[in-house]
Design a protein around this ligand. Structure first.
Ligand code: ADP
Ligand code: MG
Length: 318
């Protein structure tokens, strides 16, 4: 089973930022309002996530590290309408099989916290309600994989990007980031616009028009750059479907098409767009890393985004 976990880990745990993504999703699923992230050496030496969420009960703590132990799906029906970010119950087990993973957690009703160490030992601990997940020495036991990791600055940049995506999707959560022992970012809870400013920049926001259009089936909210305000060739595009960061060809193509007449060459407009769609009309379980989705009716999604952006761009040139 350890071997199976390590194989599965290859899909889920590609690099530190993929570990971070899974741990952040768990913290968010737990209803946290404050998340602290400590990174050392680009997350290769340490990723520590401290949250103030619901915590894990002592009886579940050992289980949380076993494959397919998920508290989030109880029926097949749930799979159809996945409301939470995580639902496969294999991330922690996969991470535990390729690193030294320990958890300290305390539920709101527990008398004290419990720690489960990397070797599975359960001991009493002290912690306010919430969870601390600590991953050390990624790939210490699989040196072949370690060779594929890049330099600490590169891995750190990937980690920051993973945090930015979650922070944009969850402005109601405060995020604090520390790098090699020094606090680098603090983003207090804010509204969506304030969070965009914190995470991307005031200049990014100023270059954008707000997008807020919808019908019975689909809704698009966020910010898209005014063509004349685009500064660099490849501005950042952040796209989300039902609160989950995605990289999707249909969405990317619709954006490109909408800007086609106003942008020459391969210039990429910056945007931060949140698409809301009936969960039954989108399949999020396409890839373990879950940044891909499959729409039941991708033409309808494409047309909707295209027309929504066209409308916004038309208004911005008036
Ligand atoms: P999944 O998220 O797919 O359920 P994971 O392997 O990521 O699977 O996590 C296993 C289980 O551990 C979760 O279902 C959840 O019950 C628990 N868990 C993990 N991280 C946290 C956290 N930060 N706070 C509360 N519960 C957590
Ligand atoms: Mg998870």
């Amino acid at each position: 089973d350890h071997l199976i976990s390590q194989i599965a880990a290859g899909e889920v745990v590609e690099r530190p930022s993929s570990v971070l993504k899974e741990l952040l999703e768990n913290a968010i699923d737990a209803g946290s309002t404050r998340i602290r992230i400590d990174l050392e050496e680009g997350g290769m030496r340490l990723i520590r996530i401290t949250d103030n969420g619901c915590g894990i009960d002592q009886s579940q703590l050992g289980l949380a590290l076993t494959r397919h132990a998920t508290s989030k799906i109880t029926t097949l029906d749930d799979l159809e309408r996945v409301a939470t970010m995580g639902f496969r119950g294999e991330a922690l087990a996969a991470i535990a099989s390729v690193s030294r993973l320990s958890l300290v957690s305390c539920t709101r009703t527990a008398e004290h916290a419990w720690r489960i160490s990397a070797d599975g030992e359960l001991t009493p601990d002290a912690l306010p309600a919430g969870t601390v997940v600590e991953m050390r020495d990624l790939y210490f036991n699989t040196p072949a994989r370690r060779k594929f990791l890049k330099s600490p600055p590169t891995e750190h940049a990937h980690c920051l990007e993973a945090i930015r995506r979650q922070a944009l999707a969850h402005p109601e959560i405060s995020f604090t980031i520390s790098r090699d022992g020094k606090e680098s970012h603090h983003w207090p809870a804010d509204d969506a616009e304030g969070r965009l400013r914190q995470v991307l920049s005031d200049a990014f926001l100023k270059a954008c028009r707000t997008v807020d259009l919808g019908n019975d089936l689909l809704q698009l909210r966020g910010w898209a750059m005014i063509p004349t305000a685009i500064l660099s060739d490849r501005e950042a595009q952040h796209t989300f479907v039902n609160g989950r960061y995605v990289r999707d060809k249909v969405i990317q193509h619709a954006i490109r098409e909408a800007y086609r007449d106003q942008l020459h060459g391969s210039r990429q407009p910056g945007c931060c767009l949140f698409l809301t769609i009936d969960p039954a009309l989108v399949d999020v379980n396409v890839h373990p890393a879950k940044t891909e989705v499959r729409f039941r009716d991708s033409r309808a999604v494409h047309q909707f985004i295209y027309h929504a952006l066209k409308q916004v761009l038309a208004a911005s040139t008036e």
